[in-house]
Design a protein around this ligand. Sequence first.
Ligand SMILES: *[C@@H]1O[C@H](CO)[C@@H](O)[C@H](O)[C@H]1NC(C)=O
Ligand SMILES: *[C@@H]1O[C@H](CO)[C@@H](O)[C@H](O)[C@H]1NC(C)=O
Ligand SMILES: *[C@@H]1O[C@H](CO)[C@@H](O)[C@H](O)[C@H]1NC(C)=O
Ligand SMILES: *[C@@H]1O[C@H](CO)[C@@H](O)[C@H](O)[C@H]1NC(C)=O
Ligand SMILES: *[C@@H]1O[C@H](CO)[C@@H](O)[C@H](O)[C@H]1NC(C)=O
Ligand SMILES: *[C@@H]1O[C@H](CO)[C@@H](O)[C@H](O)[C@H]1NC(C)=O
Ligand SMILES: *[C@@H]1O[C@H](CO)[C@@H](O)[C@H](O)[C@H]1NC(C)=O
Ligand SMILES: *[C@@H]1O[C@H](CO)[C@@H](O)[C@H](O)[C@H]1NC(C)=O
Length: 453
Amino acid sequence: MSPILYLLLASYSLLAAGKQCANVTVPVNIQARQALFNVPALHGNADATYFAQLFTNIGRNYTDDALAGYQSVTGTYEISAKFCHPDRGTGGNGTVQFLIHGMGFDKSYWDLPFNNYNYSYIDLAVDKYGFCTVSIDRLGIGNSSHADPLNVVQAPAEVSAIYEITKMLRGGTFPGVTAKFHKVAHVGHSFGSVQSYMLSALDPSVSDALVLTGWSNNHTWLPQTLADWNIHLARLNQPLRFGSPALDFVSTLLAKPNVPSNSRPDLVAVLSKAFQDLGVDLDNDDLWEIIATTEIGDIINGANDTVPPVPQDLPSGYVTWSDYTANQFAFLTPPFFDPAIGLFAESTKQPVTLGEIFTLGNGAPETTPFTGPVLVFTGRQDAIYCGGDCLAAGGDSDSIPEQARTAFPNARSFEVYIQPDIGHGISFHYNSTAAYEVIQKWLVQQGLGGSYM
Ligand SMILES: *[C@@H]1O[C@H](CO)[C@@H](O)[C@H](O)[C@H]1NC(C)=O
Ligand SMILES: *[C@@H]1O[C@H](CO)[C@@H](O)[C@H](O)[C@H]1NC(C)=O
Ligand SMILES: *[C@@H]1O[C@H](CO)[C@@H](O)[C@H](O)[C@H]1NC(C)=O
Ligand SMILES: *[C@@H]1O[C@H](CO)[C@@H](O)[C@H](O)[C@H]1NC(C)=O
Ligand SMILES: *[C@@H]1O[C@H](CO)[C@@H](O)[C@H](O)[C@H]1NC(C)=O
Ligand SMILES: *[C@@H]1O[C@H](CO)[C@@H](O)[C@H](O)[C@H]1NC(C)=O
Ligand SMILES: *[C@@H]1O[C@H](CO)[C@@H](O)[C@H](O)[C@H]1NC(C)=O
Ligand SMILES: *[C@@H]1O[C@H](CO)[C@@H](O)[C@H](O)[C@H]1NC(C)=O
């Protein structure tokens, strides 16, 4: 082989090793007709708990009680997106996968940096299967516009944003991407699956395939999930990420000489001393356990001596589950995950809005006229959509997600895959990439492959 050809080949394979991604802020004109809710302002965590008490009360429909009317929401909002393509280009005829995260996370759910990205959906889809992907922070979440949490950030407005971005991908007007994608597959997780479903009902022609992960259409376990979450105001739960930058609390916390500003082990030392002063000797393992698995870990999360935190200053209608243990109950099934990724998930979690809680289980039509192929892909141990066992369908159907078949009367095909040994937060479990490989193969089988294989 000529040295030059060899060099070319060598550099090609080097390049072939990595996806190419860009962060893009997409201005989107949203247009949605949705509920106008009236609920008492949440002043603190106890008010958030009262909201959950009313919401889960067996004797009432709090969504209906809070419903004050309907309204049109219009306006331009910013959606933070990440566009990735194989290093051989964006193609033009391949499929772009539109990845829509669920509650409590953001677009990084699809590309977790944990353990050198070895849990990454995007690495698999782009590097191994040659797909382009676009993953967004849903409206209100992460780096997207933090709009009114009760009456703007609801499912219909978020679906509108997804609709507009889908049209940009098809029309070659997505910022920085000139390719016109003829095929868009919507891949959701949990609330992102709910929204993909709603999108397909809004305009069935806008999607070429639906992959609904972490989903069933059985809402039996939503109240138990809200109860588990023990919701607190996001700004109080992780003040350094979600609180007010003006709060003296932040600067005071960082300035206090005896309060650790940069690491949890420091806090172990501080707490250890405090307990000793009170005459109680707790060993470091117990102290670490207290910090890591309770809200204490959340309260100091984001502290960093060298890079000051930039809290998002979220209003009180942005809430989050209380701590690591609440996260585990809803999203993580032992022993199928690494506790370290659980801590990572807790430290990078995102809030949920009251408008989202109201519209998670309300407002989606019972059926969608969608005609393309549908894959429902849910971990067998999913707590939120299967109550912990998707196969416990009581004999009426093969699985709980299978009950959704009737919602897709016109679909070209409807398949359910129950992934063993994985809970609701699929990306956080050991076998996530093998699970995600099933999805890539399914898309290819449907004739919706990437540009480059
Ligand atoms: C995109 O944003 C993420 C999160 O801030 C950052 O880690 C990453 O380096 C950015 N990527 C590019 C290509 O700028
Ligand atoms: C609760 O009220 C909402 C709003 O009126 C309605 O859409 C929903 O169907 C009701 N849920 C039940 C279970 O009746
Ligand atoms: C896309 O398909 C058209 C028609 O088959 C073809 O002319 C064009 O070269 C293809 N583009 C790419 C980037 O493959
Ligand atoms: C990532 O790497 C860890 C440690 O090597 C391994 O235990 C885990 O199964 C891997 N996860 C995935 C999704 O490949
Ligand atoms: C977040 O959004 C701002 C503008 O809204 C933008 O300047 C910044 O690059 C974005 N960061 C990421 C990680 O997308
Ligand atoms: C603080 O932030 C810097 C830059 O992002 C990072 O390298 C460092 O690990 C952080 N320190 C802690 C204690 O998290
Ligand atoms: C949800 O699934 C359970 C268990 O299979 C079943 O008993 C119940 O009827 C289902 N509910 C709905 C609304 O389909
Ligand atoms: C991992 O997931 C794949 C795809 O569903 C499955 O075939 C395999 O049995 C799983 N492995 C384990 C150890 O659960």
